[in-house]
Design a protein around this ligand. Structure first.
Ligand SMILES: [Zn+2]
Length: 293
């Protein structure tokens, strides 16, 4: 079976072919040009699909809250305008005739980790991604928990500071305002004389500066608070954390060093692990689901 899998993010659309062994080949990426809006983006996806031959299934991982049963984007922020309500599955199926599966990107990444990565063999786990914001997915009893309106798992908007920082969701004090990669970059750049990106922040010469190190440690403490809330609600055996910034060993090591002494006894069995499939996890997750259509 030849599956064409897409991952529609705010900045790039990544896509690849996937075979029966769930190996990704012919990986590609193009700018999303999100401001052009949902309609234009889906038309570009259709053009790409039509440029291939013998595609059996289409698999779409996308930003936004998704009703995966009907393949509809039920809600999207203004990062991608005119995307809310878009019937992605039926638009693609009607134009191409190819059965299509659509899922939210963090849910898709969780599916990828569940079937091929860090959560292989686990019936229950929580998945987090630290990036521009904080994404979340809840995997229970061997499947995604979607909630009553396909919106469950908005872990980034769990409120952890009353009257705290203003969030893009309209609320204040949300987890992602403190624990996202962006939150760290903002905090460090307030005190640094030259602008630093996430990679530069963790370079030795910067890590050795006490004022930067202190911002990193404060940021990790915020992550730990969010993790502890999740651990106390779900008592999960595993939490998987993804996002490019997790390549920095220091983060997972400090979380591991600090979190267990703070947890009540019955919760200490939890393992905190990095995503294994990284950027491929979302593509693999939707491809797996599409193969079952
Ligand atoms: Zn929020």
């Amino acid at each position: 079976m030849r599956i064409l899998a897409f991952d529609i993010g705010g900045t790039f659309i990544k896509y690849a072919l996937c075979n029966d062994n769930f190996e990704l080949t012919e990986k590609n990426k193009i700018p999303t040009n999100a401001k052009q809006g949902g309609q234009v983006i889906i038309q570009r996806i259709i053009d790409i699909i039509e440029s291939y031959e013998n595609i059996d299934r289409v698999a779409i991982s996308t930003a936004g809250q998704v009703d995966s049963e009907h393949g509809v984007v039920v809600y999207s922020t203004d990062n991608i305008p005119y995307y809310t309500g878009m019937m992605v599955k039926s638009l693609i199926e009607n134009k191409t005739g190819i059965p299509t599966f659509v899922e939210n990107d963090v849910n898709a990444a969780a599916l990828g980790e569940a079937h091929f990565g860090a959560a292989k063999g686990e019936n229950d786990f929580i998945c987090l991604t630290l990036g521009t914001g904080v994404g979340g997915a809840i995997f229970l009893n061997n499947k995604l928990y979607k909630g009553s309106a396909s919106a469950a798992g908005e872990i980034g908007h769990m409120v952890i500071h009353a009257g705290g920082r203003q969030c893009t969701c309209g609320g204040e004090g949300c987890f992602e305002c403190y624990a996202s990669a962006n939150a760290l970059i903002k905090a460090v750049n307030k005190i640094s004389d030259e602008p630093l990106d996430a990679f530069q922040i963790f370079q030795k010469e910067n890590m050795q500066r006490p004022e930067i190190r202190s911002e990193i440690d404060k940021w990790i403490d915020e992550i730990i608070i969010g993790l502890m809330n999740l651990i106390y609600i779900f008592n999960p055996p595993l939490i998987v954390i993804g996002g490019g910034i997790m390549n920095e060993d220091y983060i997972i090591e400090l979380i591991d060093r600090k979190i267990y002494s703070r947890l009540m006894k019955s919760f200490k069995n939890v393992r905190i692990e990095r995503s294994q499939k990284g950027n491929d996890s979302a593509l693999l997750g939707v491809a797996y689901e599409a193969s079952k259509l």
